[in-house]
Design a protein around this ligand. Structure first.
Ligand code: ZN
Length: 466
């Protein structure tokens, strides 16, 4: 058995691990590299394996850093199946088409700019197009949690709930080596315990090899989910009483649904007055439909709500904004309201228009509900930079700025270690992946202190086992 780390090794994005057992090769994820200018080059590099020889992709979940290079894999000759839970297949289609659209728009904009300057533009092309993304869909093969699927004689896998996003899974791969059975467990991304809608990550008791994520391997969230909801209530109350608007930059997949779930509770229990809530994202609307189609995946609390007749993402005042025209109308609205729009880090999308109109008003509030990467507009605002540049113009930041990081979809350090403590004996070898260097090293060290054989692999590194 051979494993090669082809992404999310010593970094957070580009999740992709090549695993070969005898002569069967599979990929665990095939995600895109995000952040940094070098991503443009890295995402276009040939895969460090033969795509046509890969029998299957076992996809953990639908976030782009886990599925975003699938169109490139298919283009490069991959002929196999892409196994994922049904919810992941549904969400990945939305995510890939959205990414393709952004890539195409980006390329068109670049070409226009180069043409204007009279420069060569023939080298510009989108990383992948909507047509490329659609090629991926035929390869999807939905598999329920817990069901063993045979990939080759003596090689099978099953998905287990990772509690990170609707449909998110850990991958348990099992094969025979001589007379003994071996297992590899790939965590994908592990969710926080006690989050709404989603079930907690399943405890796992044994594996010979473990590939474990470490996004928050060196830190904790500053507040829990319930505390975030309380703060959100106070922020909305205060802002509405001043006649202002609450702007929530939010990722359309997962995070927006959590925020809606929280607002549903606050408004229906009358802890907040009915106030117009606009979800300004066509993508969020599609994602919401997937959430409504897969209620069987909800946790007990959310299911109880559905049974009692409550629709957990729908409440008085909620409006989903579909068209750009409707979105523009919001700017002329004078009443207090809440606007949820992407992108989550304010690097693009409709939130930038709302910020341009609202950032200079001291009665308004900007509420961040997710991680803000270095270099993003969101990060500048969180760090108190003012003025900030939006669409080429400088704007003073007069709105109040809040960071509620307990909405995070990732387990914090203590929860990662708690999840690992459920193993009855340490895996023979643990590879700590999907984290910045410091985060991965810190988690690996904590595991070593507990007697585990844990290391942080680097990209391109390979290891073999008998
Ligand atoms: Zn994820």
């Amino acid at each position: 058995m051979l494993i090669k780390f082809c992404g999310a090794a010593g970094e957070v994005t580009g999740s992709c691990h090549f695993v070969q057992v005898d002569d069967t090769a599979v990929l665990l994820d095939c995600g895109i590299f995000q952040g940094g200018e070098e991503r443009h080059i890295r995402n276009r590099e040939p895969f460090p394996f033969e795509p046509q020889n890969v029998k299957a992709v076992l996809l953990s979940h639908a976030h782009l850093d886990h599925c975003g290079r699938l169109p490139l894999l298919v283009k490069a000759g991959f002929k196999g199946k892409i196994f994922a839970t049904e919810a992941t297949c549904d969400l990945a289609k939305i995510v890939l088409l959205d990414a393709a659209k952004l890539q195409e728009e980006d390329a068109a904009w670049k070409i226009k700019r180069l043409k204007k300057k009279g420069e060569d533009w023939s080298w510009v092309s989108p990383l992948f197009t909507a047509a490329d993304a659609e090629q991926v869909f035929d390869h999807f093969e939905p598999v329920p949690y817990g069901e063993w699927v045979t990939l080759a004689p003596h090689l099978e896998f099953r998905f287990r709930d990772a509690g990170h996003l609707l449909g998110s899974a850990m991958v348990e791969l099992k094969w025979r080596s001589g007379e003994t059975e071996r297992t590899l467990l790939f965590t994908g991304d592990l969710g926080q315990q006690g989050m709404p809608i989603l079930r907690d990550p399943e405890p796992v008791e044994e594996a010979d090899l473990l590939l474990m994520e470490s996004t928050y391997g060196d830190r904790e969230h500053t507040m829990g989910f319930n505390e975030c909801v309380e703060q959100l209530r106070e922020i909305v109350k205060e802002t509405v009483s001043q006649g202002g608007r609450v702007l929530i930059p939010s990722f359309a997949v997962g995070r927006t649904q959590e925020v809606l779930y929280a607002l549903n509770d606050l408004i229906e229990s009358k802890q907040l007055p009915v106030v117009p809530v606009f979800v300004d994202s066509p993508m969020a609307r599609e994602v919401l439909r997937v959430y409504q189609r897969h209620r069987e995946l909800y946790d007990e609390e959310a299911r109880q709500k559905v049974r009692s007749g409550d629709e957990p993402f729908t409440f008085p005042g909620l409006r989903i904004v579909a068209t750009v025209e409707e979105s523009k109308v919001l700017n002329e609205l004078n009443e207090p309201c809440i606007i949820i729009a992407g992108s989550g880090m304010c690097t693009g999308g409709r939130i930038k228009h709302h910020l341009r109109h609202g950032i200079g008003n001291p009665n308004n509030a900007i509420v961040f509900v997710g991680f803000q990467a270095k270099g993003s507009l969101g990060r500048q605002i969180v760090e108190g930079v003012s003025p900030v540049r939006i669409f080429g113009e400088m704007h003073e930041v007069k709105a109040k700025v809040y960071m509620l990081d307990g909405f995070s979809a990732h387990a914090g350090r203590a929860q990662l270690l708690d999840w690992a403590s459920k193993f009855v004996k340490p895996p023979t070898q643990t590879f700590v992946v999907h984290g910045e260097q410091e985060a991965s090293q810190s988690l690996a060290q904590a595991l070593q202190e507990r007697g585990w054989n844990a290391t942080v692999p680097q990209i391109g590194q390979q290891a073999s086992f008998v």
